[in-house]
Ligand binder design. Structure first.
Ligand code: NQM
Length: 331
């Protein structure tokens, strides 16, 4: 029998994933991850994935030169595909605690700072302040995640407004490439549930048309098979926030919003001249509540951003991939 592979399952923010030390994964990593998560399979019943993009995520963590390296991999539930085209700010919340639990970073006082190099899609940095009272990780309190922005331009097309598929949009990337669209411009109110939006074939078609035209203009190439850009439908806030969102990620609709997705939305709507200029504020409303993100901008450049997220260790042990010779369908 194949040996089990060391794995920790964690919730990071509003997502859930499998965390591995890079050294514990074999050379045929992506094939093994597909078999661990149970793809392809609508419900991933033959693996530990949850049958939804938000619960079919993987973090690969390794010691780095100035902290730890975090590689994010999206395992597509219904196809045998592993994509490194994006990172995930929600799962990032689990990286600091995982690095401490695995002994990559020593506990340093009541809050341990973990410097994290986000390896993909292009190198960037985050600092996680992990609560470590009494010398061990506490999952009770929030983890502050700070993203130094450097000098990054946040509008990848060079414009604040573009027109794709006949619809005015703003393409923004402040950590996650997102296309901002006024909900009313694609015939919805922006208050619908994710299920209602996913059931609307006409809406899905126009959202995908916008995305396919926006991708190359954002420098992402042909995005037919890519999980980015996301498309966020914007409408007026209803709970005192900055803006209300419904986000296609990109084919399912997020039950909440991604961390970096929320940072990109906030950066976009805080800038005058975009499709939904919303002024000051920090609350990005979504179907499950409000994400509070703090964004510091200098015109069209990102100075820094931060969010507070919680994470929780769910399980720690060994995981056994489906044998390579067996087909995906369990019986
Ligand atoms: O935007 C889902 C999530 C994400 C991404 C997605 C994320 C982020 O909520 O930082 O976390 O947009 O595919 O896990």
């Amino acid at each position: 029998m194949t040996a089990g592979i060391r794995c920790m399952q964690m919730r990071g923010g509003t997502s859930k994933g499998a965390f591995f030390l890079a050294q514990d994964l074999p050379g045929d990593r992506d094939d093994v991850l597909v078999r661990i998560m149970g793809s392809p399979g609508e419900h991933q019943v033959d693996g530990i994935g949850g049958g939804h993009p938000l619960t079919s995520k993987v973090a690969v963590v390794a010691p780095g030169d100035h902290g730890v390296d975090y590689l994010f991999l999206q395992v597509v539930p219904d196809r045998p595909v592993v994509s490194a085209a994006q990172t995930c700010g929600n799962l990032l919340a689990g990286v600091g605690p995982f690095a401490i639990e695995r002994g990559l970073v020593p506990v340093a006082g009541a809050r341990t700072e973990v410097r994290i190099r986000l390896v993909n899609p292009h190198e960037s940095w985050a600092v996680a302040k992990v609560p470590t009272p009494g010398g061990e990780v506490s999952y009770e309190d929030g983890i502050e995640l700070t993203f130094p922005g450097g000098d990054r331009e946040i509008f990848p097309t060079g414009r604040r407004v573009d027109r794709f598929a006949g619809v005015e949009v703003t393409c923004v990337d402040a950590g996650m490439p997102v296309v901002l669209v006024r909900a009313e411009d694609v015939g919805v109110a922006g208050t619908e549930s994710p299920e209602q939006l996913e059931a609307d074939d006409e809406l899905r078609a126009i959202v995908e048309k916008i995305r396919l035209e926006a991708g190359p203009a954002m420098g992402l190439g042909d995005v037919r098979e890519s999980t980015v850009p996301k498309v966020s439908l914007l409408s007026a806030p209803r709970h005192g926030g900055l803006v209300s969102t419904r986000t296609f990620i990109p084919h399912r609709v997020h039950a909440a919003i991604g961390v970096l997705g929320a940072v990109s939305v906030a950066a976009g709507v805080r800038t005058p001249g975009t499709v939904f200029p919303a002024g000051e504020g920090a609350g990005v409303e979504h179907p499950g509540g409000t994400a509070t993100v703090s964004v510091e901008l200098d015109e069209t450049r990102m100075r820094s951003s931060s969010v507070v997220r919680t994470a929780r260790k769910l399980a720690d042990g060994l995981v056994w991939p489906r044998p390579a010779t067996k087909g995906p369908a369990p019986c």
